[in-house]
Design a protein around this ligand. Structure first.
Ligand code: KIV
Ligand code: NA
Length: 274
């Protein structure tokens, strides 16, 4: 049975912390299905870790639908949340249309969008048409050119603004909110004041849940390892080792072995070549 917003709500009310992970394709979604992680984010971070861009800004609604569809096909247990990409939330009608497509064509169960008070009315509108919304405040990567990649809310005014953003998102009807790159103390205080789950990334252990990027936690992405990420495995190094062993085995003739090939009867071959 697929995780529901209600079951996350129940875990939250019981004080249980929960994990969320990004996934971008069928195979990774299948791995999540075999794991105990109950929440998948098809994040627009795919613009960086899958597409190789230096920010999330180039990601389109069509890209998000394409990846969300693959993830949904590979997973039947996790609640799948799809990101609304850069630009579409600037115009409410565009955002509603994009969110409907992401749910209808992508098949996710919720959307996520960046911003606080400035997107509260939009969140309300989405919730009103039956689209569950996850908020995202603090450092919002789609505003990287305005904010720079850095911890948000270190000073009094900004800390207050992030709390207000989180409250606005909750008030607008979001069922959860991501807190990204905010000091642990602030994230814990926001979590305490909210009555919906907070999902932290670079926000300390005081959040209701955590979210990590697939490539970061598996140690696949070598270009840049953010401080907030823990590499639970080094599958990047493992992958390169596998590729090197494959190349060596081809070169020394040990691959393919007899078990990797099919055979035919020598007499039949002789007649065919005659
Ligand atoms: O796109 C993404 O992966 C995200 C998470 C970092 C929260 O938005
Ligand atoms: Na994102």
């Amino acid at each position: 049975m697929r995780t529901t917003i209600q079951s996350i709500r129940t875990a939250y009310e019981a004080g249980e912390r929960f994990a969320m992970v990004t996934a971008y394709d069928y195979t990774s979604a299948q791995f999540v299905d075999r794991s105990s992680v109950p929440l998948i984010l098809v994040g627009d971070s795919l613009g960086m870790v899958v597409q190789g861009n230096d920010s999330t800004l180039p990601v389109t609604v069509d890209d998000m639908i394409y990846h969300t569809r693959m993830v949904v096909r590979g997973n039947s247990n996790a609640l799948v949340v799809g990101d609304l990409p850069f630009g579409v939330t600037a115009i409410d009608d565009d955002a509603v249309r994009a969110a409907v497509r992401l749910m209808q064509q992508g098949g996710c169960q919720s959307v996520k969008l960046e911003g606080g008070t400035s997107v509260a009315a939009l969140i309300r509108r989405l919730v009103d048409v039956g689209i569950p919304v996850m908020g995202h405040v603090g450092f919002t990567p789609q505003s990287v050119h305005a904010l720079g990649t850095r911890v948000q809310g270190r000073d009094e005014a900004n800390a207050r603004r992030i709390l207000e953003d989180a409250l606005a998102v909750q008030e607008a009807g979001a069922w959860a909110v991501v807190l990204e790159l905010v000091p642990a103390e602030l994230a814990a205080a926001i979590t305490e004041r909210l009555s919906i789950p907070t999902i932290g990334i670079g926000a300390g252990a005081g959040c209701s849940g955590q979210v990590q990027v697939w490539h970061d936690l598996l140690g696949l992405y070598e270009d840049f390892v953010p401080r907030h990420a823990r590499r639970f495995r080094s599958l990047g190094a493992e992958t390169v080792a596998a590729l090197d062993e494959y190349a060596a085995a081809v070169s020394d003739g040990s691959f393919p072995g007899p078990e990797n090939a099919s055979t035919m009867d020598a007499a039949t071959l002789a007649r065919a070549l005659d």
